[in-house]
Ligand binder design. Structure first.
Ligand SMILES: NC(=O)c1ccc[n+]([C@@H]2O[C@H](COP(=O)([O-])OP(=O)(O)OC[C@H]3O[C@@H](n4cnc5c(N)ncnc54)[C@H](O)[C@@H]3O)[C@@H](O)[C@H]2O)c1
Ligand SMILES: [Zn+2]
Length: 420
């Protein structure tokens, strides 16, 4: 009955889809100009208006121009990436006729750059590509440079936008959206304020946790693969290492943004988490965040970070062995898998508290009578719900939401077989 990770490791399968070039560590940003030059001399740089004026970005553009490239800096990156703004950005990029796209910033800028590259290469409307595997072929090469740690978007096949015709954010997922290069220099994250650090950092941890707890999916290896393939031999190792790197350092990076060691650990961990969830997918914290974020106008990482303790709590009776392995990566020493599983969830919840993630949905303004609607909308995000080890049972989602609304995980433990 147990979906034991060790059993899966004996019989499982693995998939990786990654940029051909990945650099990580202090100083690696010096590789950006030569990397861009490998793909041509017309560079369309996508960056948000704030970071466009930052010394690191200004220096980078000067260095790229100094090697003879023609650079257009495009700063129309709006919060939540409304689809209309991206359509206009796509037209501006087409007019410039770039050889390569430089994606610089947080997840919003990286996702915007992916979608702009898509529009330049294939035209049409973004709605034509909503969902999975609807991008017909390669897009312009993207060199991705994150300044948060992080969404992992620099290595993943997905970009998320908002469309006024939909009630929540919507994803475009395709292997063709994986950038050609990811350059992760923790120096660029040093200026991120505490809240940005906390929300991006906990989201990275959620990526690792949801990747490691992804369901085993029946994959038809003879046909076209889904973008997200569920539990995965390679991703398992990347996810656990991401947990080991992020968990001990995130609170330090939030408390003291100039802590270079903590910044480097979280940046490396968020990259590993992206490498892990790119092929596996994420699940319920993400499916639930889409409607919660739309209703409350709260950042992505605040929502996924708020939901993760409740989602994992519901997983305890279903995949205790997997959670026990997460507990080990978090520094736990419990021998009994059921106790260790609960300990893992408690540790994740404690980290969320330590970095200021709200405890309950009530705190961020969700009304109790909105929970059913949230569950129904979350169930529409099939690519996410299908990866859940809990299945797609509406009542399970409602139980998780009830507990999250009250800020009380025991409401889940009381109804599950917690083994305690
Ligand atoms: N494609 C994926 O795989 C993926 C995964 C997770 C999240 N996302 C998306 O990423 C977005 C969230 O990205 P994010 O959390 O990185 O934030 P963000 O890009 O929305 O940026 C948030 C704010 O932080 C500022 N900022 C970023 N880096 C900074 C720095 N180094 N110094 C100072 N300020 C800085 C930005 O200017 C902005 O004001 C959401 O739209 C979410 O849907 C995408
Ligand atoms: Zn996320």
């Amino acid at each position: 009955m147990l979906r034991d990770g060790r059993a899966a490791a004996a019989a499982g399968t693995g998939t990786l889809r990654l940029p051909p070039r990945i650099h990580v560590g202090y100083g690696v940003r010096s590789q950006i100009p030569p990397l861009l030059a490998e793909h041509g001399s017309r560079v369309f740089a996508v960056v948000d208006p704030f970071l466009a004026g930052s010394p690191h970005f200004v220096e980078l553009v000067a260095a790229v121009r100094a090697q003879g490239a023609d650079v257009e800096v495009h700063t129309d990156v709006l919060p939540e990436l409304p689809v209309g703004s991206l359509t206009a950005s796509g037209a501006a990029a087409r007019a410039f006729a770039p050889d390569v796209v430089l994606a610089y910033g947080g997840g919003s800028s990286l996702d915007a750059a992916k979608l702009i590259a898509l529009l330049v290469s294939h035209g049409g409307a973004l709605a034509d590509y909503y969902g999975e595997n609807n991008v017909p072929g390669p897009v312009l090469p993207i060199v991705a440079v994150p300044t948060t740690a992080g969404t992992g978007s620099e290595v993943t096949p997905v970009a998320v936008i908002s469309d006024p015709d939909q009630e929540m954010k919507i994803g475009i997922s395709s292997p063709h959206l994986v950038p050609v290069a990811a350059v992760v220099d923790p120096e660029l994250t040093l200026g991120a304020p505490p809240a940005v650090t906390a929300y991006a950092g906990i989201d990275a941890l959620v990526h690792a946790l949801e990747s490691f707890t992804a369901a085993e999916l029946p994959i038809g290896w003879g046909g076209r693969l889904p973008v997200f393939t569920g539990q995965n031999l390679f991703a398992d190792q990347l996810a656990l290492e991401a947990v080991r790197r992020i968990a001990p350092s995130l609170a330090r990076a939030v408390a003291d943004g100039s802590d270079r060691e903590a910044r480097a650990e979280v940046a490396y961990g968020s990259l590993l988490a992206g490498m892990s969830f790119g092929p596996t997918g994420t699940h319920l914290s993400h499916a639930l965040q889409y409607p919660i974020g739309a209703i409350t106008k709260t950042p992505h990482g605040l929502g996924t970070g708020l939901m993760i303790p409740y989602v994992l709590q519901a997983c305890v009776p279903v995949i205790p062995e997997r959670l026990a392995r997460i507990g080990e990566a978090l520094g736990g020493v419990e021998a009994d898998p059921w106790v260790a599983a609960q300990d893992a969830v408690d540790r994740v919840a404690a980290l969320c508290r330590a970095i200021g993630i709200p405890l309950s949905l009530a705190e961020i303004g969700v009304e109790h009578d909105q929970l059913e609607r949230i569950a129904d909308l979350a169930l529409r995000a099939r690519r996410l719900v299908d990866i859940s080890p809990l299945g797609s049972d509406r009542q399970t989602l409602l139980t998780i939401l009830e507990a999250a609304h009250a800020g009380d995980r025991t409401l889940i433990a009381a109804t599950g077989r917690s083994g305690r």
